[in-house]
Design a protein around this ligand. Structure first.
Ligand code: FPP
Length: 275
């Protein structure tokens, strides 16, 4: 069926995937959140201190550790971090090399901690342009952490949402699904391949900018957005907690009527028209 029309790699088939939740609308369970973060502001953080941009990235790794540590207690079961976009290859060579080295180093040094904490790590994005040593290390950490169930940490490296949509489209076989629902499910599954995941509940961007920068465009169709001026290296577990609290106060309607007002029996379409 849907699955069989996709080209599934050997690793895909062999992997013990979590249940597929491609178009699951979270928020139905607010204790099982998918939070995605655009970690922005490393360069400015470094500049404010008269240090090279690379120092900002190093400081950013500490904020990554804090977020991963605090996430399970905040009800976050999937955390997706935007570490390197497909457009980031345009940065100066020394910064790109530094970032690749940082990913390489931290995947190694954090692996034991991730296993101990029950964190499963997967990397989304292209792999064919990464240094071979990094590609191998990613595969090893994914393998070693695959039993983790307290948190699914997804790190986006060489990632572009548009590219991932295009590659999903390429997977579409002739005579694919006919109904909109089946098509949506099909595309979601192709986009989330090979590991599977669910839609984003809360998308956070640090560093003061308010844009999506080609991140998880399909999965964030109904995500709540949270923008903060805090620069990523300063973003603490407490900041993450505040973002989750703000999210919990939002009224998610998915184009329907407010649950709150339905509960209070005021279902006037004019009053409650939702987007
Ligand atoms: C954006 O800030 C940040 C990045 C492009 C890199 C993010 C990488 C890390 C936080 C390193 C650690 C990650 C892992 C997973 C080990 P920017 O450089 O665009 O900041 P600016 O807008 O102030 O210049």
């Amino acid at each position: 069926m849907i699955r069989s029309t996709l080209k599934i790699s050997r690793r895909d088939r062999d992997h013990d995937e979590p249940p597929y939740h491609g178009s699951e609308r979270a928020g139905q369970n607010r204790d099982r959140l998918h939070v995605a973060i655009i970690m922005d502001g490393n360069g400015r953080w470094a500049r404010e201190r008269g240090r090279p941009r690379t120092a900002g990235h190093v400081a950013g790794t500490k904020a990554v550790r804090d977020a991963v540590r605090c996430a399970p207690d905040l009800g976050i079961t999937t955390l997706t971090l935007y570490a390197f976009s497909a457009d980031n290859w345009r940065r100066p060579q020394n910064e790109v090399s530094h970032l690749m080295g940082l990913f390489h180093k931290h995947l190694e040094t954090e692996c034991a901690r991730l296993v101990d904490g029950g964190v499963r790590l997967t990397v989304i994005g292209r792999r064919d342009r990464l240094p071979t040593s990094l590609e191998r290390r990613i595969a090893r950490v994914e393998e070693r952490t695959q039993a983790g169930r307290s948190l699914h940490l997804r790190v986006a490296i060489d990632y572009s949402a548009r590219e991932s949509l295009m590659s999903a489209a390429r997977r579409l076989a002739a005579g694919g699904p006919q109904t909109r629902q089946a098509f949506e499910r099909y595309v979601s599954q192709a986009i989330h391949a090979p590991w599977g995941t669910r839609d984003v509940d809360l998308l956070i961007r640090t560093g003061g900018e308010q844009r999506l920068s080609d991140f998880l465009l399909w999965e964030s169709a109904y995500a709540e957005l949270f923008f903060t001026n805090v620069l990523w290296p300063d973003f603490s577990g407490a900041d993450l907690g505040r973002a989750v609290e703000a999210f919990k106060g939002r009224d998610r309607r998915y184009g329907g009527l407010s649950q709150r007002s339905t509960a209070s029996r005021d279902s006037s379409p004019q009053a409650e028209k939702a987007v």
